[in-house]
Design a protein around this ligand. Structure first.
Ligand code: ATP
Ligand code: MG
Length: 139
């Protein structure tokens, strides 16, 4: 079993898509290990996306990620990191496969409804950034 980290982004929360996204996640065999609705601070969003700090879209991305509530998720299944990326679809919804979360719900390459960790090592760091060991291990 592997864990991955995910965020239901502000566009999807605003558009009333939390339940639909969680249903797709569960239908694809993921167990929800931990879940918290919150609003990210500027410094939390900057820290989370620090790897993109030199990109031209960084300031806009941070503004978007802090514009409204998000849902933080710790998810578990076999091959969770890779499988969640498949279920999410490509970063740009225009390139996302039919039936993927981004194809179904994303508004644009920036407002793309969901985050999923891109490797097991990043998943471990991102889970630790937002959840405590108690959150991740008690259930
Ligand atoms: P995430 O890390 O959110 O799961 P990703 O791994 O598919 O997405 P990244 O390249 O890590 O894509 O980009 C992080 C986020 O930055 C994207 O999900 C999107 O919200 C935003 N983003 C990426 N590229 C662009 C772009 N060219 N213009 C605007 N926003 C972008
Ligand atoms: Mg990424």
């Amino acid at each position: 079993m592997e864990k991955t980290f995910s965020i239901i982004k502000p566009d999807a929360v605003k558009n009333g898509n939390i339940g639909k996204i969680l249903a797709i996640v569960e239908e694809n065999g993921f167990r929800i290990v931990a879940m918290r609705m919150t609003k990210l601070s500027k410094s939390q969003a900057e820290g989370f996306y620090a790897v993109h700090s030199e990109r031209p879209f960084f300031n806009s991305l941070v503004t978007f990620m802090t514009e409204g509530p998000v849902v933080l998720l710790a998810l578990e299944r076999e091959d969770a990191v890779k499988k969640l990326r498949e279920v999410m679809g490509a970063t740009n919804p225009a390139n996302a496969a039919d039936g993927t979360i981004r194809k179904l719900f994303a508004e644009s390459i920036e407002r793309n409804s969901m985050h999923g960790s891109d490797a097991p090592e990043t998943a471990a760091e991102e889970l630790k950034y937002f959840f405590t060991g108690v959150d991740l291990n008690q259930l």
